[in-house]
Design a protein around this ligand. Structure first.
Ligand code: EPS
Length: 378
């Protein structure tokens, strides 16, 4: 299972081509559209989101609402299609791909920024939301939320999934502590007025995972590595942590590793009876899922397009000038929580089909059942 994307921010459309998706999965495009709508939202977004109403068009790979096992092409049309009318930029924005891209490709800044733009994440979210419909058939749940914004800590609450989803739904910044929205919104307003931007940290949890997704045996197949790549490849992400992450480096081993217990009463659940009093590993040991929830965090830098621009150079005259400003967002950390959630979902789905086969959903389900039965008897 894999995918590629195509499309420019102000081009005709964005496209994702998903290959290797199993047959027999009921596809509800409303589920994809809901994720696309969430990606467009969050407090602090810019003018573009008032123009677009992102919705997916499934161009191939389904028949009567079910996947066929053939390639699935997903398209989101840009209402703000104006690429041919747009002019080039001359003053590269620090933090964007403008300078390096123009030099590397011997071309325009426009040609770089149009593809480097986080608008491309629209179809990464679409591909991830498609993958989630496979995960749903295995009772695997994925939830993403903001845990820090502009330095304000938004520690997630520990509650049943339905309650966490409700809390996130009622937060305008997509955190699990809507009680703190006013404080965060005031900071975003103040930052926007100053012509500046804000970053933050998002967290994704995957619950209901079976044992043994990923492998210890080869570096590029380790699931922690795959997840880190997918998350790090999201625009503006500068750091990825799994479980305790960097904090693990500061503690002794006895305060890091999760003891193993066994309770025969829960043998028939997804945990196969094994439990851990802590989950500092974040659900992954040696590149494999260990029956615990997967916990991933990502650090997003502030958007690099600043209304009050930093120093730059005019590429034509080589004279010092301020960087160019184009319409942008003050804060897109909420959107990043949706994007990271969906790219992680895709990697989980990928590992799931690698373990249990990607021909059909029914075969995958039968193989998982057999695997769990054999693992219980082991
Ligand atoms: C984005 C749409 C873009 C940007 C933003 C992401 O719209 P426009 O350029 O038309 O205003 O607001 O792009 C960036 C953050 C970036 O780095 O380029 C979107 O739909 O997410």
């Amino acid at each position: 299972l894999r995918y590629w994307t195509a499309g420019e921010s102000h081009g005709k459309a964005l496209v994702a081509l998903v290959d290797g998706f199993p047959a027999g999965v009921k596809l509800d495009t409303a589920v994809i559209d809901q994720e696309l709508r969430r990606r467009q939202g969050g407090y602090g977004r810019g003018g573009r989101q008032r123009i677009e109403t992102d919705t997916v068009d499934v161009l191939s790979g389904i028949w009567k609402g079910e996947t066929l096992g053939s390639p699935i092409a997903l398209q989101v049309v840009n209402k703000d299609y104006k690429l041919e009318r747009l002019s080039d930029l001359t003053r590269p924005r620090p933090g964007h791909g403008d300078l390096t891209g123009a030099i590397k490709y011997m071309g325009s800044i426009r040609g770089i920024l149009e593809r480097a733009s986080a608008r491309e994440t629209t179809v990464r979210v679409a591909a991830g939301a498609l993958a989630r419909q496979l995960l749903s058939a295995f009772q695997i749940d994925v939830i993403g939320y903001v845990v820090e914004l502009g330095g304000i800590k938004l520690d997630p609450v520990d509650a049943p999934l339905a309650e966490r989803l409700e809390r996130r739904e009622s937060s305008e910044v997509y955190s699990l502590v809507p009680e703190k929205d006013d404080e965060v919104k005031a900071l975003i307003d103040e930052t926007g007025k100053a012509g500046d931007t804000l970053g933050g940290i998002v967290e994704v949890r995957v619950e209901g995972l079976p044992f043994g997704l990923g492998t210890h045996a080869q570096w590029d197949l380790k699931l922690d590595g795959r997840i880190a790549q997918a998350v790090m490849a999201v625009q503006a992400i500068k750091g990825v942590e799994i479980g305790l992450g960097f904090e693990a480096a500061r503690r002794r081993g006895s305060q890091v590793h999760d003891p193993i217990h066994f309770d025969p009463a829960t043998r028939d659940t997804a945990t196969l009876g094994y439990s851990r009093p802590t989950n500092n590993a974040g659900g992954l040991e040696a590149g494999m899922t260990n029956g615990q929830p997967l916990v991933v965090r990502a650090a997003k830098k502030p958007i690099s397009t600043l209304a009050k621009p930093l120093d730059s150079v005019n590429l034509e005259t080589k004279e010092p000038e301020s960087a160019q400003y184009e319409r942008s967002d003050v804060c897109a950390v909420s959107a990043a929580s949706v994007i990271v959630e969906n790219v992680v979902a895709f990697e989980i789905a990928r590992a799931l089909v690698e373990k249990f086969g990607n021909d059909s959903l029914v075969e995958m389900q039968a193989r998982l059942e057999l695997f769990n039965k054999m693992a219980r008897e082991r």
